[in-house]
Write a protein that binds this ligand. Structure first.
Ligand code: ZN
Length: 314
């Protein structure tokens, strides 16, 4: 069975982490300071593991290199996307990611364009872009450490979606629980960290010069398109050069035709089942899976919300 790959990811402890990955998703977290669940990843040392079918026990990293056909024979060496859940019980640093050009030049990596689907029930907020629309003005405010004049604080509630193009200054704030879909890259420049000290009593490292270089003045606004067809409510959250992200909310049954080589899915609410040919699989909140190139049609039934990500490049 290679048409659907269910995955188990890895956890990352963070000073700002918490316990909601256990409380709300029933994941077996190793302690109460877990900030990230790397659910669909082929990143070095953080690759997720396939937990069903012919490839059970192998890492996504191995499968992606071994059986390219499952992914439509991409030319790239590594899996282009990374899907995480982030639990912030404290504010994260204010940061920015380089674009492909800068990341390749300075870090030998992809850039990092990402997007956030908000999962927290209680309203929270994020830092999302700048109050000024001129780069020189932004750099002056950074030099003067006038953070309140620089940073845009935006309220968030469950179901909100934010596209965070590389170059956008951003921060996840306390109380946020977020499904993050991003280019597979781990390059972050920290611009400001509220003058907090790490475990060792020292201020955490900042990357101010690189941040200033990476910052772009961007309008991240994208129009979200919605569509209802029978039992399905669909929202197209973003469709950019790196990924397309859809929210599929379903109460009942729907038959889907899959046109792209492969899709990544997160079940973020409810439960039901997915049928592929003769086989059907239970899916529920917290499950992550990939529908590979072998799957052309599938049926979903139940009462559930899925977020689907489709990678665009290799
Ligand atoms: Zn980020």
């Amino acid at each position: 069975m290679k048409d659907i790959l269910f995955l188990k990811g890895k956890f990352q402890e963070k000073i700002w982490g918490g316990s909601r990955l256990k409380d709300e998703f029933a994941y077996p977290i190793p302690n109460e300071k877990i900030g990230e669940y790397w659910a669909i990843s082929d990143m070095d040392k953080m690759s997720s593991t396939i937990i069903n079918g012919d490839y059970k026990g192998l890492s996504l990293r191995e499968v992606y290199r071994k059986d390219k056909e499952l992914f439509g024979n991409p030319t790239g060496k590594s899996f282009p996307l990374l899907v995480k859940i982030i639990d912030a019980s404290d504010d994260l640093s204010i940061q920015v990611h380089p674009d492909d050009k800068m990341a390749s030049k300075l870090e030998g990596s992809r850039g990092k364009t990402e997007c956030w689907y908000i999962l927290n029930d209680k309203p929270s907020s994020i830092i999302y872009g700048l109050k000024v629309d001129d780069k020189k003005e932004a750099v002056d405010l950074i030099d003067q450490k006038r953070w309140d004049d620089l940073l845009r604080d935006v309220p968030t509630k469950k179901g909100d979606f934010f596209f965070v193009r590389a170059g956008t200054v951003h921060a996840i704030k306390k109380g946020s629980l977020i499904l993050e879909i991003q280019q597979a890259s781990d390059i972050t420049y920290r611009l400001y960290d509220y003058d907090r000290k790490g475990k060792d009593g020292k201020l955490r490292d900042l990357h101010i010069e690189k941040s200033k270089e990476a910052i772009k003045i961007l309008d991240n606004k994208e129009e979200i398109r919605t569509l209802t067809d029978g039992d399905l409510n669909l929202r197209i959250l973003t469709d950019n050069e790196y990924f397309k992200v859809l929210e599929k909310k379903l109460t009942g049954t729907y038959n889907f035709t899959k046109e792209n080589p492969y899709s990544l899915f997160a079940c973020i609410d409810g439960e039901g089942q997915i049928g592929l040919g003769q086989n059907s699989y239970k899916i529920g909140k917290g499950d992550f899976f990939i529908l590979t190139n072998l799957c052309k049609n599938y049926t979903i039934e139940g009462s559930l919300t899925l977020v689907e990500a489709i990678g665009k490049n290799s």
